[in-house]
Design a protein around this ligand. Sequence first.
Ligand SMILES: Cc1cc2nc3c(=O)[nH]c(=O)nc-3n(C[C@H](O)[C@H](O)[C@H](O)COP(=O)(O)O)c2cc1C
Length: 429
Amino acid sequence: MSKPDLSIDFCGVTFKNPFCLSSSPVSNSAEMVAQAFEMGWGGVAFKTLNSDRIPIIHPSPRMNPYHYNDKKLVGLQNVEQISDRPLKDNLLDMLYLKKHYPDHVIIASIMGFSVEEWEFLAKAAEYNGADMLELNFSCPHMTVEGSGHKVGQAFHLLEQFTEVVKKVVQIPVIAKMTPNITDMTEPAIFAKKGGADAISAVNTFRAISEIGHDDFVPKPNIFGIGARSGYSGPACKPIAMRFIADMAKCDDLGIPLSAMGGIETWIDALDYLLVGASNLQVTTGIIHYGYRIVEDMIEGLSDFMEGKGIGKVSDLVGKALDNIQETDHFDLDRQGVAEYDLDKCIGCGQCYIICRDAGGQALEWNAEERRPELIEDKCLSCMCCQFICPVDGLIRYKEKPKGWNRRETAVMNPGLEKELKYKPFKANV
Ligand SMILES: Cc1cc2nc3c(=O)[nH]c(=O)nc-3n(C[C@H](O)[C@H](O)[C@H](O)COP(=O)(O)O)c2cc1C
């Protein structure tokens, strides 16, 4: 089989691969982006342009890492603003990149504070080499109404600004969504009504990642003050994936999706493709490991596709969507239990403790042998024992034959039944 084709069409623009730098410090200048392109990235969403109307000053320090035990940078909180560089410098950088890397895609991220500013920035970006625009309706640090995530939460405004931009440019327009809402399909449909060609998501989640225990100031601590501000990285991925899947499954939307939120490896990239994204963007993964992670993404995804006999990356897009349903679709007649390969057991007893304290009390502990003994029909198949078992492959899920039932929950004090004040509620369905 010839090498899998990683190129992808996104709104009529060809990306040599779906991997892009997202708008942030990793896409701040031509020098940086050129280096990233050399390493293999297919495109860039340039750091959000500012129109020089007001000087941008970033708070200092501007980020706080969220480490969880030994795992570094599970999340990242930042209070960074849009670009603090003069517009002219950013535009010259885009022109440089377009000239020297014509087969790479330049997406200009813009954010206006008025109709005129949206128009101005859109035209300036298109005129100076941008292949696409990304409208930043999602910066979580904007406090002024009608800007950043405040637009992303005011759907008619979002539609209006998209429409304003679409009227003045020819290039495709992507609307970048805030995750600081419940249902992303709603604003996405407003963006589509305004003419958006695609949706990108997610920007950062408003969060508080850590509080100083000496001074009680949330971090990053900007001289005694913290803020609810943007949180990104692997900890956000499951929630961001759900937003992408929601939009991909929404029949009324039906426009291409660019996904981001916690992508670090080819596996993360694959996951987002499977739930319907055809373009992928990264920031925190690069802040953690550098631009070189794209090498793993290209190689890993190519190997995976080769192994599965998949020739084109576009064939992976949305492949998991039919398997994502509401919980009332489950076949409850099919049940299973945990199964133990005790030859592998090291006798640590963690399964016993977890089953006793959080599961079905389905394990007895044979203290002499230092081995768990499973009472199968008490097993809830919660599989918590498997999550915490330090030995891979020792505990597995096993389906039971149809019609098999778990043991009824034991009532500890049957004598108390008469004293029950609240009888079990029977729903009338
Ligand atoms: C320090 C920092 C600055 C950012 N600045 C911008 C920005 O200027 N414009 C924008 O649209 N998104 C900005 N983002 C959001 C990212 O582009 C991206 O949406 C988010 O971080 C989720 O992706 P990730 O988990 O790969 O970081 C910023 C993120 C970080 C961490």
